[in-house]
Structures are given as structure tokens and as C-alpha cells.
Design a binder for this molecule. Structure first.
Ligand SMILES: Cc1ncc(COP(=O)(O)O)c(C=O)c1O
Length: 357
């Protein structure tokens, strides 16, 4: 077996220890006589998996009592619609535009007829930084931010204090990469397939007072439905939840969120330090806004970029091509991407630079 370095932005690399555990459990989970995939979600065995996943997440993140942790389906993309549907009051909402995922969230709020104010944007500068935010938050039902911008590689280092107005954050690509003060948010949501597990499950953490603000929603689109049933209103994505639970156990073994944050900082620093002194490769992102998870870089010459992508692929680094909307390269170095992988990546970048002077 040869596992290569997978720099995919998502679905992304998972801890090998987790994959090995999945392999052990695959045909028969514990002494259940069947796999998790085949078992009723109403069974005690699966209920224990769901309970454990929630308990671990609460413990690792320090989720306050007055928040629900939900495991839903439909991806973060469905949250772009569920948030406005569930949280609207007057209908006036604020969004910070930091890239195409923010733009997609804004579009969904508009589709639902909400009056969207874009209170800050870095669009005119190709989204290369997190903009300053200065607004009167009191007039809005909620304020929405994208905490990590997977495509352009920017990340909020601090969040606006929106006072009594709920702050909503799409944490899809940096969820569980470090501690979060959950009490500062009304809603946090994240698709699992980057830092938390396989595709198919989306985590939503929502403050209790934001449940049930709107009557008459379709049952499945109402957070209240899922909160009342412990994410078991309908069949949950059982296998994905089971793997998430294993990834959370793995996170615990990494020193929890403080431990993984230190590892992520060290990994990202190796790559950014190299980029900052390289004569060939550059980070397009402003220093104060750089993501620890997704690191885009360019040479400024599309032909050399293509040559490097082929070179890196040949050396065993998969999925290093940048998103089609920005070009160049992108290294997604989520929690499970190994430290040695970043060291080795910088080494081949150095070699390529030397050979292409
Ligand atoms: C920041 C961000 N938000 C939302 C999404 C959409 O997620 P999903 O494909 O789970 O709907 C992605 C996917 O890459 C993302 O990176």
C-alpha cells in the first residue's frame, strides 16, 4: 500500500489511524455482527455512536449548555438557505463577502427575499485579505461570515463583536482546527469533509433561543425538528457520523484543539516562511489574513505553474492544482495532513526553484 500526500481541499485526507480503525470495524462493528453501514439508526449501538460523537464535540469545543449540536445532511450549501429561513425576523441581514462561498451564501438569502447588506468585502482586491468590518449591527437579524475561505486561502483571526445580533459563521474549512469561543456565535456550521470526516454530514451548532423563530417551515428545513430529535428525526448519515466520532477521538489524542492548533501553526509556518523568501513562488494573500488550512501560491506564469503541478504530482503530491477560479497551486493542509508532508513539499518546491532558475 502506498499512500501519497493528498493536498485536496475536500473531501480531504483523513488520519491513517482512523482509516485503519474503520477497516477493522468495517465487516463487524464491535460485537454487533454487522457493519455500522448496515445497522438501524434506532439501534442502541448506533445511538451510542451518535451520543459519543456529540459528547466528544461538546467537550473538545467547550460547547455551552444552551447550544444544540446537530448532525445534518445537505452540506454547508443547504445551510446557506436554512440560516436565513430559520433566523429571519425583520428580514434585514448582514453578510461579509470574503469569496465565492460567501457569495453563494448571499445568493441564497436573496433568493428567500431577504434584504442583504454586504457590510464588508475584499472582492475588488481578488479576496486576498479579510476586510475590516464596521457596521451598526443592531439593525440586522444576524451577521454572516465565512471563517475560512477555502479557495482564496484567507481566514478570520478575530471575529466582529456583533453584540445582541447573532453572529453566524460558515466554518466548513477550518472547523476543529483550533479552539473556538462558541458563546460568541449564534450559529456555527461546517461540512465534515475537510477537517472532520467523510462527506455526507454537516455539523450545526445553534444557540437555543434561535430555534423556532419562524413557523411554517418545511419540517426538514426547520432546525427545531432536528434539535427536538437529537439529529434523529430521519435517518442520519450513520457511517459519516461514525467516522466523525473516530476523528474526534483522534483529535483528543492530538492534545485537543489547543494541541492541533499548535501543530497547524507549525505546519503552515514552514510553508509560508518558504514562500516569503522564495524568488519563484509567492503567496497572493496578505500576511495578516493567511489561512492555516488552505495555502494558495503562484509563480505568476501559468506555464511554470502547470510545470510545477506536473512535477509535484509526479513526486507523489496529489491535488495541488489551485481552484479553477484563481489558478496556480493550493496546498490544503488540514488537521490530518502530516507535518512531514509539508516539510517534503517545501523540499520539492526548493528543488523545482533551483532547477528552474
Ligand atoms: C467555506 C465553504 N463553505 C461551503 C462549502 C460548500 O460545502 P458543501 O459542498 O458541503 O455544501 C464549501 C465547500 O468546499 C466551503 O469550502
Amino acid at each position: 500500500m502506498t499512500r501519497i500526500y493528498n493536498l485536496s481541499a475536500g473531501p480531504a485526507t483523513l488520519p491513517v489511524e482512523v482509516l485503519e480503525q474503520v477497516q477493522k470495524d468495517l465487516v463487524e462493528y464491535s460485537d454487533a455482527g454487522m457493519s455500522v453501514m448496515e445497522m438501524s439508526h434506532r439501534s442502541q449501538t448506533f445511538q451510542a455512536i451518535m451520543d459519543n460523537a456529540e459528547a466528544l464535540m461538546r467537550q473538545l469545543l467547550g460547547v455551552p449548555e444552551n447550544y444544540k449540536v446537530l448532525f445534518l445532511q445537505g452540506g454547508a450549501s443547504l445551510q446557506f438557505a436554512m440560516v436565513p429561513m430559520n433566523l429571519k425576523k425583520s428580514g434585514k441581514v448582514a453578510y461579509v463577502d470574503t469569496g465565492s462561498w460567501s457569495a453563494k451564501a448571499i445568493k441564497e438569502a436573496k433568493v428567500l427575499g431577504l434584504d442583504v447588506d454586504v457590510i464588508a468585502s475584499s472582492k475588488d482586491d481578488n479576496y486576498t485579505f479579510i476586510p475590516e468590518i464596521d457596521a451598526d449591527y443592531t439593525q440586522y437579524d444576524y451577521v454572516h461570515v465565512t471563517s475560512n475561505n477555502t479557495i482564496v486561502g484567507t481566514e478570520f483571526k478575530a471575529f466582529p463583536d456583533t453584540g445582541d445580533t447573532p453572529l453566524v459563521a460558515d466554518f466548513s474549512s477550518n472547523f476543529m482546527s483550533g479552539p473556538i469561543d462558541v458563546s460568541k456565535f449564534g450559529v456555527i456550521y461546517a461540512g465534515a469533509q475537510k477537517n472532520l470526516g467523510p462527506a455526507g454530514v454537516t455539523v450545526v451548532i445553534i444557540r437555543d433561543d434561535l430555534l423556532g423563530l419562524n413557523e411554517g417551515l418545511s419540517t426538514m428545513l426547520d432546525y427545531k425538528t432536528h434539535a427536538a430529535k437529537g439529529s434523529m428525526f430521519n435517518t442520519p448519515p450513520t457511517f459519516s457520523v461514525y467516522v466523525v466520532q473516530l476523528v474526534l477521538q483522534w483529535l483528543e489524542s492530538q492534545g485537543g484543539l489547543a494541541g492541533i492548533a499548535a501543530k497547524n501553526q507549525a505546519k503552515a509556518a514552514i510553508l509560508y516562511d518558504y514562500l516569503d523568501q522564495s524568488d519563484l513562488f509567492k503567496s497572493p494573500v496578505r500576511e495578516d489574513s493567511r489561512s492555516l488550512m488552505n495555502v494558495p501560491f503562484v509563480t505568476g506564469d501559468a506555464d511554470i505553474d502547470a510545470k510545477f503541478i506536473a512535477y509535484a504530482t509526479e513526486k507523489g503530491f496529489a491535488n495541488i492544482k489551485g481552484h479553477r477560479s484563481v489558478g496556480g497551486m493550493r496546498a490544503s493542509i488540514y488537521n490530518a495532513f502530516p507535518h512531514q508532508g509539508v516539510v517534503d513539499l517545501v523540499e520539492i518546491m526548493r528543488q523545482f526553484e533551483e532547477e528552474n532558475k
